[in-house]
Design a protein around this ligand. Structure first.
Ligand code: GUN
Length: 292
């Protein structure tokens, strides 16, 4: 069994990005600038956005964090997005999800200039992804592809079962794994809350990608020998013995499933750090595209 070490690979990627930024600086060029908008004060979202901003420093990017109160109206957020679209200094920006209920998420994501949409959530970019055109691939699916590639995991002709159909992970992942090329060329089954007999499907899987957010959902008896296991779940489970008062739990019962798997991602230290590395990669790409 091989651990797909997202912490290590994301570090390698950050070093590669830093080398490119150093070269840009040496050439007297502007360095990439990422902005992140967060509405409200959800603890997990704040942690993610803080990590994104800190990672920008690490690779030499400029970053701006914009915090708006949870009472922000849709119109106010749309105004902020217009400002960011028109600000020539900003190469890419993200709106951290989820948004408060008074705001229509899809309307907001459609207001982002596709050329600055480094999350790849705008329908234009999502459509380009589905059509194999160059685009910003959403960071978490992009990170999973990169892990599979760097560990030389064979995906051609394999049966990939995706658990969860979210717009951020499950849906794009199902499209990407079925694309022509590598990683891809898989036969994909996308499962979700209405799927019947899910264990019957997962036991047929060569590759399982779980993005459900239910701790320990994937049990050893749902997995066949030598399967590749990608765990995207990262749920905060209260634990009074933990320093922060909670522990992070993946969707997979790691202790038992890892005994059967050929490759597996841990939580934390698997897919999570890859998401940030690929957001940086998309921001570098956005800068390069604005340069020409
Ligand atoms: N919320 C959970 N994952 C993500 C992500 O990748 N991007 C944004 N903007 N919000 C998220």
């Amino acid at each position: 069994m091989t651990i797909l070490d997202g912490k290590k690979v994301s570090n390698d990627i950050k070093n590669e990005i830093k080398a490119e930024v150093d070269a840009m600086k040496a050439n007297g060029e502007k360095v990439p600038h990422l902005a992140a908008v967060i509405v409200g004060d959800d603890g997990a979202s704040l942690t993610y956005v803080n990590s994104k901003v800190k990672s920008c420093e690490r690779v030499g990017f400029e970053s701006t964090m914009i915090r708006l109160p949870h009472t922000t109206s849709e119109l106010e957020l749309l105004k902020k997005i217009k400002e960011l679209n028109n600000n020539d200094d900003i190469d890419g920006f993200i709106i951290q999800l989820p948004l408060p209920p008074q705001i229509d998420t899809q309307k907001v994501l459609m207001a982002v200039d596709p050329s600055k949409d480094v999350d790849g959530f705008h329908p234009e970019n999502f459509g380009r992804m589905a059509l194999d055109m160059s685009t910003f691939i959403p960071a978490t699916p992009f990170g999973i592809l990169e892990l599979l590639e760097r560990y030389d995991v064979d995906t051609k002709g394999k049966h990939t079962v995706v658990i969860g159909r979210s717009h951020i992970v499950g849906r794009p992942m199902s499209i990407l794994m079925s694309r022509k090329g590598w990683p891809g060329n898989s036969t994909v089954t996308l499962t979700h809350s209405s799927t019947k007999n899910i264990a019957q499907i997962t036991t047929q899987a060569d590759i399982i990608i779980s993005a459900l957010g239910v701790p320990d959902f994937v049990k050893a008896e749902m997995v066949r020998d030598d399967a590749v296991i990608i765990d995207v779940g990262i749920t905060r489970v209260p634990d009074e013995n933990a320093k922060r008062g909670y522990v992070l739990k993946g969707d997979v019962d790691f202790e038992n499933v890892s005994k059967k798997a050929s490759f597996i991602t841990p939580v934390p230290g698997g897919v999570g750090p890859m998401t940030i590395a690929m957001l940086l990669k998309n921001t570098l790409l956005a800068r390069e595209q604005r340069r020409v």
